[in-house]
Ligand binder design. Structure first.
Ligand code: DX5
Ligand code: ZN
Length: 217
């Protein structure tokens, strides 16, 4: 089993001081930072764009795990790669050339991930599993932090983990949405190894407790 990685979600941090959120993660010895990009179309919310990511890159050497919630992610991967993304994850649901976009992300020097909404079956990711560095199973409908974890997604995580083992693949299996110290271990038991945590990290009395807990999962 891959060692657990905690990716704190910047969405839940102070947006007037994003660099401080990144600094907190680094000070706790974490390596990843989850960066949510929303376009107001694929999801009913807006966050920030490549200019913000580029500005943040000047303040942080963390691994930027960029989650694109966009109708046309293929049009934006280059901008986010240039802005300093380490990994770019794209949703399977919109219509565009997924395989070509995943290849493009790698050609731009980033790792690539594929994201599934809670209602999207594992089968939608199956054709791409050999060509991705990460599969992200959303455990809430994307768009907002602070939502309740969807336990009905757990069987899909188990399925993805099974396929990974059966085919000897090495992609990371990430969960995002409502993950905390109760629901995270349930995801871990199902086969997840990468945990996006927003509210339960930045909203914690002591985020160091969360970082230590995840390291022991
Ligand atoms: C939701 C985003 C998540 C969000 C998770 O659309 O993709 O990354 O920040 O936030 P919490 O952990 O609060 O559910
Ligand atoms: Zn996310």
């Amino acid at each position: 089993m891959l060692a657990p990685i905690l990716a704190p979600s910047l969405l839940a941090s102070d947006h007037a001081n994003l660099a401080a959120g990144a600094r907190l993660a680094a000070e706790l010895g974490l390596e990843w930072l989850h960066v949510d990009i929303m376009d107001g179309h694929f999801v009913p919310n807006l966050t920030f764009g490549p200019q913000t990511v580029a500005a943040l890159r000047k303040h942080s050497a963390l691994f930027f795990d960029v989650h694109l919630m966009l109708d046309q992610p293929d049009q934006f991967v280059e901008l986010f790669a240039r802005a300093g993304a380490s990994q770019i994850s794209i949703h399977v649901e919109p219509t565009y050339d997924h395989a070509a976009t995943l290849r493009r992300i790698r050609a731009l020097g980033c790792r690539c991930g594929l994201v599934l909404n809670p209602g999207t079956p594992a089968a939608a990711a199956e054709p791409f599993l050999a060509d991705v560095d990460l599969v992200l199973a959303m455990t809430v409908q994307p768009g907002f932090g602070g939502q309740s974890f969807r336990r009905d997604v757990l069987p899909k995580i188990t399925q993805l983990a099974r396929w990974r083992a059966e085919h000897g693949l090495g992609f990371r299996l990430e969960v995002d949405g409502g993950v905390d110290l109760v629901t995270g271990p349930e995801c871990r038991a199902a086969g997840a190894d990468t945990f996006v945590i927003g509210t339960a990290f930045f909203g914690a009395k002591d985020p160091a407790v969360v970082a230590r807990a995840v390291a022991g999962w």
